[in-house]
Write a protein that binds this ligand. Sequence first.
Ligand code: ASP
Length: 383
Amino acid sequence: MADVSRREFLVTGLAAAGTSLVSSTAGAQMRTETAPMRTDAPPGRPVVISSGNGLRATERAMQLIVQGQDPLHAVVEGVVIVEEDPKDQSVGYGGLPNEDGIVELDASVMHGPTHRGGAVAALRNIKTPSRVAKLVMERTDHVLLVGEGALRFARAHGFEEVNLLTEESRRMWLKWKEHLSDEDDWIPPEGETEENGPVAALHPSRRTYGTINCCAVDAAGNLAGVTTTSGLAFKIPGRVGDSPIIGAGLYVDNEVGAAGATGRGEAVILSGGSRSVVEHMRRGLSPQDACLEVLHYIAAKTLDPRLLNAEGRPNFGVTFYAVAKDGRFGSASLWSRGQYAVFAEGRNRLESCAYLYESPPEKPRPEKPKSGKRQPNSAAGNP
Ligand code: ASP
């Protein structure tokens, strides 16, 4: 898309407007902050950026960086807080399971100074896949371990095995199964419909994604990043998203910057997402514009009618997060209302993501399909 028309779409949101934002996440002790910062002005280093569920991660990672710890250790220990939190159903312990009711986790890490990476995919029974991914980087000659092999590697390193399915996640999975089709043998309790309680949120066309990405640059300009997820809720067992794919859900180049992604992993894989963000920064785009550029590419390459809304736009969500070596940072989503966490200039807060498309007002929940045929996957809240 030509630059002029692209800019017609570009709305930088509250961050550039200097709007006051309040950060609040379960368990986090955050202050209300005014955010006068423009994302195109170098705020200096260190900087830690994360997805909207990452305020506790940015806080912890910044503490460790200020103490002089390696930025990869810092971001991994930051996201571990969210991996271990049973209340976050998009990551680690308590993540929503696959269609068989088993939680399978994906994670990757990348370390700028050594240009090394590690990842695990479809890992069961381990709460902190990000730590396992870091060990794949440090203690093997490989980059990616999957499934049973990843679990055996984690066992060899003394990771405790636990059932990752919390009672709440089991309950949501069961609701999803019972409301999936009128033509199978799973029947919801008497009187329960898709329109009441948690069932509504589990309508097949509203299956949720969720992930945490966290990238950092330290005072010396060294970069690192991590992405960790339970992936698409109720996925086909063995499905692997973008998060453990270096270059897709995460990429770090110590000369340029770091980037990560959340949202529909299939689209991020097919666009080489995070690597492309870094390459756009290398050729001079700001972190925010680099994110937007890749989102335009994703939109242009989304051709399957099942993945397009009535206006021909992607009916799913993707968000990129990026930090440059000089400390500039930014984030952008396909759809408005996204937020990201950032700790920069001594302040930890949520900022609004730039975006391509204004999200329409929330629509009433769609009717349950009578045929039992599922709608294509789309991130919750997106058209
Ligand atoms: N990108 C993740 C995946 O597709 C999910 C997410 O970010 O919400 O597995």
